[in-house]
Design a protein around this ligand. Sequence first.
Ligand code: HXC
Length: 257
Amino acid sequence: TDFETILLERKGRVGVITLNRPKALNALNSQVLKDLIVALDELEADSGIGAIVLTGSERAFAAGADIKEMQPQSYMDMFMSDFFSGWDRLASARKPTIAAVAGYALGGGCEIAMMCDILLAADTAKFGQPEITLGVIPGIGGSQRLTRAVGKAKAMDLVLTGRTIDAEEAERAGLVSRIVPAAELLDEALKVGEKIASMSLPVAMVAKEAVNRSFETTLSEGIRFERRVFHSLFATEDQTEGMTAFVEKRKPNFNHR
Ligand code: HXC
């Protein structure tokens, strides 16, 4: 498929989606969302793909939702189109997703990075929720996902002042899992993606589902869910293969279906 606002590549078993509106610092408009949904549907349906990397440019992962597109809209426009709801597609991807962030990840940019399972930051990354400076609040999950990621103190600080934090502060706060030199960001993201894609795909999908469940439920229900799903993995060839390979002191050969 040809896309207007993104690039889609397959590198080994890793699908790479690159946001590509350089003149607007990858501002997220409706076309980006449409393109992203098609790309995600393709990668999720592709049995050759075991992990998905979402990235932007050196200068910007994404500088937010497209302010020029939103500026003239009314409450009724927003309500009737259920504006931003389509982004749920990214959060509900079943294959593991990795955000590789260099430069600005502001507003919606920060929010879609937080929807990914793993967030890698270049040392040039800058995160923030500046919506309040535009007379609105985060609208793609930022008030909820940022708070869960970094806790109330930092979340309130960022959402109420609109200030931007650098990669170091983001890592200290627990927003990102690793910082890498900007020049190595994509290689590192691909390595992480290949590593994940070398595991059993169904097991990786179940693993992310179990971690994500922790955000939706109580501890005892989450643990019950985990245990049931853990039991169910003993119905897979991959459990047999993984444990047999260990016992036989060889590398496992997992299913990538
Ligand atoms: C539309 C944007 C944009 C955005 C940048 N551009 N961000 N267009 N929507 N979010 C455009 C600029 O208008 C400009 O195009 C071009 O990209 C380059 O940007 P500059 O501002 O000239 O670059 P620079 O001086 O380097 O500043 C970079 C920046 C700044 C600090 C990132 O662009 C900025 O503050 N952007 C807005 C960040 C923001 O507030 N994001 C949150 C959006 S709200 P032209 O053609 O004009 O020169 C959001 C959630 C909404 O994401 C939820 C509420 C409903």
